[in-house]
Structures are given as structure tokens and as C-alpha cells.
Design a protein around this ligand. Structure first.
Ligand code: CO
Length: 461
């Protein structure tokens, strides 16, 4: 029996989010969608993450319309999205009725596979989402957010996977959002996970540190079923490794990929032009292509490294860079080792920066850090010492229920607030997630003199 490995192409989501700040519009995608549908991918990651936000904020595009448009042209290949559990595509917890409605609509508008994660790996924050995915006939791909700490052992992840299987996971993704997983670790982690489950295993990493291809090779050798790659013009650097190159290498090693290399070539030709346009417009910062071994040394995502550096540069404190980098793991340990993924990566980074710049640790504490310690984001992976709790939230109580249990249903009120502006449940959800962006957008749509693409919405309540 031939060994098989399948590919998920991230060109339409993670790759352009990582390289060109999610600025690709539907026009950049349309001419090539049908070819992508013919290329033999396991799935195309096309929605979620920052795409919804960027559609409204920068592209004057209805994100729902984008999804429907993609689905119209991609008839066979599965469409996939990334969802932050109870945070959906935003940065706070939403009530259960919003989460359920959002997932129902995402699936109805064309999504097949929902890759769902919680920044803290707190499974309570995935419960409602997974239930809804199953209810509406979607594929629930549950993620373990990969991070490194004394508590994040293989055993810890294996236990998570066992729980996820009980919750109804259809597949498991090892999500290495920071690009810090190493080939040997990947191999042993997948072997351990495979020993407790038959669910398909997907590996997601970023090429930032220069070892992603090795990581994928070891992943495949250990039995990974699917890997995330990006078509060559949108690959490498802070994005994923190149689809074509990995397919060639793995095929030579005897793996069947199911990919059609002629089609891949056509897809690459198209995105080469798209990339060129973004390069000419100055959207493609050449720095995103730098190899950054520091991500491995400091176990910090590449994006976080560059953010910290630019914040320090703005404050004319570039000389403090090393000091801040050393502060990050300390803060992380004190906060119970949260994985460095949105929004925790920004929060931990800001606290580390404040600790160094103010000259006194925890002299300044952002509200988000206080909320985190109070349990408003979920349970911290490791424990936070009593001393740290007192320093950060004084004698305030720590929450031990699922954060969304404290939220009341919201859909009805949101619909009322929008009144005539909402023509569909999709509009209400857009407003639920990004009120400041959705409101002007929906108003503009009502304005006959405003140039907004024609919407095909059906009124469903
Ligand atoms: Co990613």
C-alpha cells in the first residue's frame, strides 16, 4: 500500500495573512479558484483568522460574500476556516447564541472544515463551537496550540487529544502558530498522539525559523495525514513552506500526494503576479522573508519579535530589545505558561515591555492581563502563584466557571440595534463581531451613491 499524505493550501488565508497583512481581495483570487479546485488538495484554507476583519477594515468587502463567491468556484475541494473557539474571529468571548449562529452561517455559506482552537487550550472554550459544528454538519478539526514550557509535555498534549476525541473531534491539528516546533519533537509528539487515537493528524507550522520542511518530513514519517503548505509565491518566511517543493520531495520518497503538478504551476504563475503587485505597492515587507532562528531560541513567534522591536524603536529604546526578550519567558512563567498566540502573545509582550521600560516589574499592568489572571479568558495552563495574583488583581476573586457562562444571549438585541440596516443574520453576526467596522459598512451599503459591490443576500431569520 502506497503511503499517502495530503495537503491543505493556505494561500487564501494564513499565507497572505502572514506575508501581506491579509490584504488579498476576492479579485486577486477569482481568476484562479477553479484551477485550485482541480489541483488535488485535501482542502483550501480560505476564511477566518484575520480575513473577516481585513475584508471590512481595509478592503470594503463583505466577508460573507467572499466566502459565497469562493464556494461558487470551488465545487469539489473542501473549504476550511480558522476559528478562535468562543472568541470566533474577534478578541473577546461571545455568548453561546452568537457562537452557534456564526458557525451555522459559516457552514451554510460554504465552509466544510472548521479548525477550532483556544489560546489557552481550555477545552471549555471549545465546547459550544464543537457542538455547533457537529450539529450543522461541519467537520470539527480541533487544535492543540503548541507551545513549550515545563507543563507542556507530550503527555499533556496526548491528554488533550483524548478529551478532544470524546468531545467529537473529526481530526486533530497540531497548531504551531509560532513556528517553534522542531523536527524531533514533532516526530515524538505525533507518535505519542497516534498511539492513542486513529483520528487524522494535521500539522501546521510556519517557515520563520528555517526548519519547517524538516519538521514536515519528520511529521509525515511519524504518520501525519495532512500538512499545511502554501503555493510557492506565497510561501516561506513567516508563511508556510512551498506546496510544490514539498510535494516533489515527498513523492520521491514514495508518498502519494494526489497533487497535479501542472495545475500547481498554473496556480503559482497566477500568485506570482499577485505577489508582484503587492511588492510594487510596498505591502510586502521584505523582512517577512528573513530567517529568524531567534524564534527557536526565545520560543517566541516571529510576529511578536518584530512587534516588540518596532514598539521599542518608536519609544527610542531599541537598546532594550535583548532585555525585553529575556523578560518574555519570565512573564510567561509567572502567568502560568500561556501559549503565545493571539491575544495572549500581544498581552504577554506588552507586559514584558512595560516591565522593562517602566524600570519596575508589574508597576504598570494592562487591563487584559488583569482579566486573564481573573480567569476571564479561561483557565491558565499552569498555576499562578498567590503572590503574583495579589500583585496583579489584589484581593479580587478568580473566576472558575467557563467565562461564556456569564454572558447573556445577544442575537436578539443586536438585531434590534441594527434595525433596517441588517438584511440577514450574516449582517447581525458581522455587527456582533466587529461593531465599529460593520456599522459604517452596513450604512454605506444603504447609500445609493456609495460604491459597494452588489450583495446577494437572502433574508433569513
Ligand atoms: Co498559522
Amino acid at each position: 500500500m502506497a503511503k499517502k499524505v495530503r495537503f491543505t493550501d493556505t494561500a487564501l488565508r494564513d499565507a497572505h495573512q502572514s506575508l501581506i497583512a491579509t490584504r488579498m481581495s476576492i479579485e486577486d483570487m477569482l481568476p484562479i479558484l477553479e484551477t485550485m479546485d482541480e489541483a488535488g488538495y485535501h482542502s483550501l484554507e480560505v476564511w477566518g483568522g484575520a480575513t473577516f476583519d481585513a475584508c471590512l477594515r481595509y478592503l470594503n468587502e463583505d466577508p460573507w460574500e467572499r466566502l459565497r463567491e469562493i464556494r461558487k468556484h470551488v465545487r469539489k475541494t473542501k473549504l476550511q476556516m480558522l476559528l478562535r473557539g468562543q472568541n470566533l474571529l474577534g478578541y473577546k468571548h461571545y455568548p453561546d447564541d452568537v457562537v452557534e449562529s456564526f458557525i451555522e452561517r459559516a457552514i451554510k455559506n460554504g465552509i466544510d472544515i472548521i479548525r477550532v482552537f483556544d489560546a489557552l487550550n481550555d477545552l471549555r472554550n471549545l465546547k459550544t463551537a464543537v457542538k455547533a459544528i457537529k450539529k450543522y454538519g461541519g467537520h470539527a478539526q480541533m487544535c492543540i496550540c503548541y507551545t513549550i514550557s515545563e507543563i507542556h509535555t507530550n503527555e499533556y498534549y496526548v491528554n488533550l487529544v483524548k478529551e478532544m476525541e470524546k468531545m467529537g473531534a473529526d481530526s486533530i491539528a497540531i497548531k504551531d502558530m509560532a513556528g517553534i516546533i522542531t523536527p524531533a519533537t514533532t516526530y515524538s509528539l505525533i507518535k505519542d498522539i497516534k498511539s492513542v487515537t486513529k483520528l487524522p493528524i494535521v500539522v501546521h507550522t510556519h517557515a520563520t525559523s528555517g526548519i519547517a520542511e524538516m519538521t514536515y518530513l519528520k511529521a509525515v514519517e511519524a504518520g501525519a495525514d495532512i500538512i499545511d503548505t502554501a503555493i510557492s509565491p506565497l510561501s516561506g518566511g513567516t508563511s508556510q513552506p512551498a506546496t510544490e517543493s514539498l510535494a516533489i520531495a515527498l513523492e520521491e520518497l514514495g508518498y502519494e500526494t494526489g497533487l497535479d503538478h501542472d495545475k500547481l504551476k498554473e496556480i503559482a504563475e497566477h500568485f506570482k503576479q499577485v505577489k508582484e503587485e503587492f511588492r510594487n505597492k510596498g505591502v510586502l515587507n521584505p523582512k517577512v522573508m528573513d530567517v529568524v532562528p531567534d524564534t527557536l531560541t526565545y520560543q517566541v513567534p516571529g510576529g511578536m519579535l518584530s512587534n516588540l522591536l518596532s514598539q521599542l524603536t518608536e519609544a527610542k529604546k531599541e537598546d532594550k530589545y535583548e532585555e525585553v526578550l529575556k523578560e518574555v519567558p519570565k512573564v510567561r512563567a509567572e502567568l502560568g505558561y500561556p501559549p503565545l498566540v493571539t491575544p495572549l502573545s500581544q498581552m504577554v509582550g506588552t507586559q514584558a515591555l512595560m516591565n522593562v521600560i517602566s524600570g519596575e516589574r508589574y508597576k504598570m499592568i494592562p487591563k487584559e492581563i488583569k482579566d486573564y489572571v481573573k480567569g476571564l479568558y479561561g483557565k491558565s495552563p499552569g498555576s499562578i502563584s498567590q503572590e503574583m495574583k495579589e500583585k496583579i488583581i489584589g484581593d479580587e476573586e478568580v473566576l472558575d466557571v467557563r467565562p461564556a457562562d456569564l454572558l447573556k444571549p445577544e442575537m436578539k438585541n443586536l438585531k434590534k440595534e441594527l434595525g433596517d440596516l441588517a438584511e440577514s443574520t450574516e449582517d447581525v453576526l458581522m455587527y456582533a463581531l466587529f461593531p465599529q467596522l460593520a456599522l459604517p459598512y452596513l450604512k454605506k451599503r444603504k447609500d445609493p451613491f456609495c460604491d459597494v459591490p452588489v450583495q446577494n443576500v437572502t433574508v433569513i431569520y
